[in-house]
Design a protein around this ligand. Structure first.
Ligand code: SAM
Length: 513
C-alpha cells in the first residue's frame, strides 16, 4: 500500500505534513559566498537589488518567506505538490502581509511541461533542500527540465541529498523500516513508529547489517530525539535512493549546470576535511568530480549540499579576493562565547588568536566588511579573505549580510509574531528556525525557542520568564517549568542583545527584568 493518501504522491509521504525549518545554506547570500570560495563569480547582490528566488519542494515555505521578508526587493516563488503545505505557506504569507512571495501547488514530475511553469519568473537562484534523493526518477527528470527552463544563465542552484558511500550501510535499515511500516494499515506516523520498532528489535538481536555500523547507529540515536513527521519524510518514501555526487553532477549537466562548491563552507577547505595521507591521494586528481569522490570516501557526513552555476565563470584569485572583501559579516555570538577550537573531520582546527582575536573584537561591536577587518591594526597577515569568511561563516559564528541591520520594520515584526504563533509548541523547541531581520537581507538562524522568546519580547517589553515558560509548557512538571524559565532568562540576557544588534527585535537597550 502506498504511503500517500490517494495516489497522487507517487509513493512520497503526503498524509503527514512536514516540519517547518530554516536552512542557512539555502540563502542566496550564503550561496554567493560558496561560489566565491569555489573560485567562480557569484551573484550581483545589494540591499535593494532585485533577485528572483525559486525553491522546489518548499514544504511550509518558512525559509522562502523569511528570505522574502528580509528582502522586499526580491521575488520569491515556492513550489510543492502537497496542498496542505501550499495552503500553510500562503496562510502565513497572508497573515504576515508578505506581497513578494508566491506559492504554487504543482507536481515537479510534470510542472515544466505545463502552462503553470510560465508563471514562474526566470530564477537567479533555485534551491532544493531534502528533495532530490527522496523522489523517483521521473520527478528528478522533471526537476532537471524545470531548472533548464527557469534558471537564468549565470544563475545559482543548491541541491542537497543523501550521499553515497556514507549511506550505503543504512540502505538496508531504511528498506526494513519502510517495509515493516507499510505492513501496518495506518497513517505514516504510525507506520514509521512500527518500522522503527522492528529496526530496534533487530538491532537488539545483533543483526549483522544493523549492529556495529557506526553510521546506522548514529542514525538510530538521532531517531530517538527526532519528530515523527521528520522520520516519516526521511524514511517512508518509496523512491528514496542515496546518490553518488558524480551521478547528481551528470543529471544536472542536462540543465547546463556546473558543480562549483559545497554550501557546507568548511568542505571547500581540504586541509580541514582530510588527513595528510588522504590529501596526497586527492592531489593526484585535477578533475573536481573525482576529487569529491575521494572526499566522500573519507567523510562521515551523510548529506551533501552541492552548489551549481549555469555556465560557471572562473575568476582570477585577485578578483575573487576583492569580491570576498566586499562581504559584510555579523557575529552570531558574544565575544566571550566565541569558539576558538572547532572539531573538523581532519582533527581539531584552532582559530589563531593573533589573527582572529582583533577581528572577533571588532565584529562584537558591529557588522563589518571583510576588507575593513583585514585592515585592522596589528594583524599578522592581511591577504586571505577566504580564510576569514570560510572560518567564521563555516563554523556558524558569523552571518554574511548585504547591508547594516536596522530597527525591525512592521513587516519583520508581523512575520516573527505570526510564525511564532503558528509553529511554536512545547515539543519542538529545538527545531532550527530563523528570525526575520531588517536592513541586512539575512534571516537570523535560531532554535524555535528563540523565535518564541523574541516574539514575546516584541509584544511584552517587560519580560516574565516564569509566565512565558508556563504559557509554553502547559502540562509539564514543575521542575521542568523552572528549568525552562531559567533557560528563557538566559536567552534574554545572552541572545536578546544579538537579536537587537541584528535588527530582529526593536530597541537598543539591554534587557532588564
Ligand atoms: C523533506 S521535505 C523538505 C521540505 C523543505 N525543503 C525543508 O527542507 O523543510 C520534501 C518536500 O518536497 C515535496 N515534494 C515531494 N515530491 C514532490 C513532487 N513530486 N513535486 C513537488 N513537491 C514534492 C514534499 O511535499 C515536501 O514538502
Amino acid at each position: 500500500m502506498s504511503a500517500s493518501r490517494g495516489n497522487w504522491g507517487g509513493g512520497y509521504v503526503t498524509d503527514l505534513p512536514y516540519l517547518p525549518g530554516y536552512y542557512r545554506h539555502q540563502s542566496p547570500i550564503h550561496l554567493d559566498v560558496a561560489c566565491l570560495l569555489g573560485g567562480v563569480a557569484g551573484l550581483t547582490l545589494g540591499p535593494e537589488a532585485p533577485l528572483s528566488y525559486l525553491e522546489l519542494g518548499c514544504g511550509h515555505g518558512f525559509g522562502a518567506l523569511a528570505l522574502a521578508v528580509c528582502n522586499p526587493s526580491w521575488r520569491v516563488t515556492g513550489v510543492d505538490f502537497n496542498p496542505a503545505h501550499t495552503a500553510a505557506a500562503r496562510a502565513l504569507a497572508a497573515e504576515a502581509g508578505i506581497m513578494n512571495a508566491r506559492f504554487l501547488e504543482a507536481d515537479l514530475a510534470t510542472l515544466a511541461n505545463t502552462s503553470a511553469a510560465g508563471e514562474i519568473p526566470e530564477a537567479d537562484v533555485a534551491t532544493l533542500h531534502g528533495l532530490w534523493s527522496w523522489v523517483s526518477d521521473p520527478v528528478r527528470a522533471g526537476i532537471v527540465r524545470l531548472l533548464a527552463a527557469k534558471v537564468r544563465p549565470g544563475g545559482v542552484v543548491m541541491v542537497s541529498y543523501n550521499a553515497l558511500p556514507a549511506w550505503q550501510g543504512a540502505i538496508g535499515m531504511q528498506r526494513l523500516l519502510r517495509e515493516a511500516g507499510e505492513r501496518v494499515a495506518a497513517g505514516s506516523d504510525r507506520r514509521v513508529e512500527a518500522g522503527l520498532e522492528v529496526v530496534s528489535a533487530l538491532t537488539e538481536a545483533k543483526a549483522q547489517h544493523l549492529r556495529g555500523q557506526p553510521f546506522v547507529e548514529s542514525l538510530l540515536d538521532h531517531t530517538r530525539q527526532a519528530q515523527t513527521a521528520y522520520l516519516a519524510h526521511e524514511y517512508m518514501n518509496q523512491a528514496w535512493r542515496p546518490c553518488f555526487h558524480a551521478d547528481v553532477v551528470a543529471a544536472l549537466s542536462e540543465a547546463k549546470l556546473d558543480w562549483v562548491a559545497s554550501a557546507h563552507l568548511l568542505e571547500n577547505f581540504s586541509a580541514l576535511m582530510l588527513s595528510e595521507e588522504a590529501r596526497t591521494v586527492i592531489a593526484r586528481f585535477e578533475d573536481p568530480v573525482m576529487r569529491e569522490l575521494v572526499k566522500d570516501m573519507c567523510l562521515p557526513r551523510g548529506l551533501r549540499q552541492d552548489v551549481f552555476v549555469r555556465g560557471a565563470h572562473r575568476i582570477p584569485p585577485a578578483e575573487r579576493d576583492a569580491a570576498l572583501g566586499e562581504i559584510m559579516l555579523a557575529l552570531l555570538c558574544s565575544e566571550s562565547e566565541f569558539a576558538w577550537d572547532v572539531v573538523v573531520p581532519s582533527g581539531q582546527a584552532t582559530l589563531e588568536r593573533s589573527f582572529f582575536g582583533p577581528i572577533v573584537t571588532a565584529l562584537a561591536r558591529s557588522p563589518q566588511r571583510v576588507s575593513d577587518l583585514l585592515a585592522l591594526p596589528g594583524l599578522p597577515r592581511r591577504e586571505n579573505p577566504a580564510e576569514v569568511v570560510g572560518m567564521l561563516v563555516g563554523t556558524d559564528q558569523a552571518l554574511p549580510m548585504l547591508g547594516l541591520p536596522a530597527e525591525p520594520d512592521a513587516r519583520v515584526k508581523q512575520f516573527n509574531a505570526a510564525a511564532a504563533k503558528r509553529f511554536v509548541h512545547a515539543g519542538n523547541l529545538n527545531t532550527g528556525m530563523a528570525l526575520a531581520t531588517s536592513g541586512s537581507g539575512a534571516p537570523l538562524p535560531c532554535p524555535m525557542l528563540d523565535l518564541f522568546v523574541a516574539a514575546r519580547l516584541q509584544e511584552e517589553p517587560a519580560p516574565d520568564p516564569a509566565a512565558w515558560a508556563a504559557r509554553l509548557g502547559a502540562g509539564r512538571l514543575e521542575a521542568e517549568q523552572e528549568r525552562l524559565s531559567a533557560f528563557i532568562a538566559r536567552l534574554l540576557a545572552e541572545r536578546a542583545p544579538i537579536w537587537r544588534r541584528l535588527g530582529a527585535v526593536a530597541g537598543p537597550a539591554p534587557v532588564t527584568y
